[in-house]
Design a protein around this ligand. Structure first.
Ligand code: G3I
Length: 323
């Protein structure tokens, strides 16, 4: 049987990818065998290793041990990488989030961070998530050290700096719950407008795609939402797809619904010129952030805990093959 990245490329996408769990790949041979299969996953993204707390845990001291796990794994198997993430309120070390900064001093902190981290991975990243999750679910701006110091000026500022350090990487704004086309989505449109109006470069918007079985929008509605962004001249991608069951264990009917939901998401990407690829946020239910964050929820991925392909895997492969 054909595998997901091969099918995705044949269907006109650039890649089908997955997040790579740094500890899973080091400790679980079955995990490693699948995650390094280029026919299945053409692109990898570090689940945690490139975040600020990992790469610059204290000011000016850079560490790439964890981020390089993904970069080196991908290189060894001929896979690409997406890079994640530079300016984010979470997994941000205290020295940044609690510093008392002026615009000038915080600009220099961001500049130094980008110059080092983007310099280290230069030429390897298909895309960088330059700014991650700047919006609350109700559409208001998220409170963060970046927003407090700059207001929305941190958006164009971050993208301008990013362009200096890796001219070839696609520069993305990345967020979750954009799929519902509500107040948060409207604000994300404004993010793109603000960046473009300031003359700063933005190439893409990442739809994280942390969705819920039975509450995932239809293929047509998802495509409509993606097109709001491609109409602005940027590409789009699903960057962290997982679709969780809210009650566990899922019934077999719920497994079928999950498969349909996955097919709708992947299908919407196929329907939109300018949707370049799909990345799942891990592939096996053995390792996922979901149960730790949403009490009672789980089984959000396309392989089960024993590395068997689920109905969701089959749905994804069918929708890709049908294109
Ligand atoms: O590495 C430490 C380890 O040293 C320590 O002993 C252990 C004890 O808690 O924690 C480990 O760190 C954990 C880290 O994952 C690595 O496993 C953190 O506690 C845990 O909070 C962290 O969770 C990550 C989460 O982002 C944090 O925000 C998840 O793995 C990761 O899947 C998740 O990914 C995010 C995306 O980056 C952005 N979008 C949402 C998505 C899901 O939350």
């Amino acid at each position: 049987t054909a595998q997901l990245n091969d099918l995705a490329v044949r269907a006109g996408l650039k890649y089908f990818g997955t997040a790579l769990g740094e500890s899973a790949v080091n400790n679980d041979a079955n995990y490693k065998r699948i995650v390094t299969n280029k026919s299945e996953f053409g692109q990898l993204v570090a689940e945690n290793g490139q975040k600020w707390e990992s790469t610059e845990p204290s000011r000016g001291s850079f560490n790439y041990a964890s981020g390089d796990i993904t970069a080196n794994t991908a290189k060894a198997s001929g896979q690409g990488i997406r890079c994640h993430t530079l300016v984010w309120h979470s997994q941000l070390p205290n020295w940044v989030s609690s510093g008392s900064w002026t615009k000038d001093t915080l600009t220099s902190v961001i500049d130094t961070h980008m110059s080092n981290v983007m310099g280290h991975y230069k030429g390897q990243c298909y895309a960088w998530d330059v700014v991650n999750e700047a919006i609350n679910d109700d559409g208001t701006w998220r409170d963060s050290v970046f927003y407090r110091v700059f207001g929305t000026d941190f958006l164009p500022l971050s993208f301008k700096l990013a362009k200096k350090y890796d001219t070839n990487a696609k520069l993305y704004y990345n967020d979750y719950n954009l799929e519902y086309n509500g107040a948060k989505t409207n604000r994300a449109v404004e993010v793109v407008n603000i960046i473009q109006a300031a003359g700063a470069p933005i190439d893409g918007v990442g739809f994280q795609g942390h969705l819920i079985v039975g509450s995932t929008p239809s293929r047509a509605n998802l495509a409509t939402t993606l097109r709001r962004f491609t109409a602005l001249g940027v590409e789009v991608a699903y960057t962290e797809l997982d679709i969780r069951h809210s009650s566990m264990p899922p019934s077999s009917a719920a497994q079928v619904t999950q498969g349909n939901d996955y097919a709708n998401v992947v299908g919407s990407c196929l329907d939109v010129a300018g949707c370049v690829g799909v990345t799942v946020w891990g592939f096996t239910d053995k390792y996922s952030w979901v149960p730790g964050t949403f009490n009672g929820a789980g089984d959000a991925l396309i392989y089960d805990t024993n590395y068997n392909k689920k109905a969701a895997w089959t749905s994804v492969s069918s929708v890709l093959a049908a294109k």
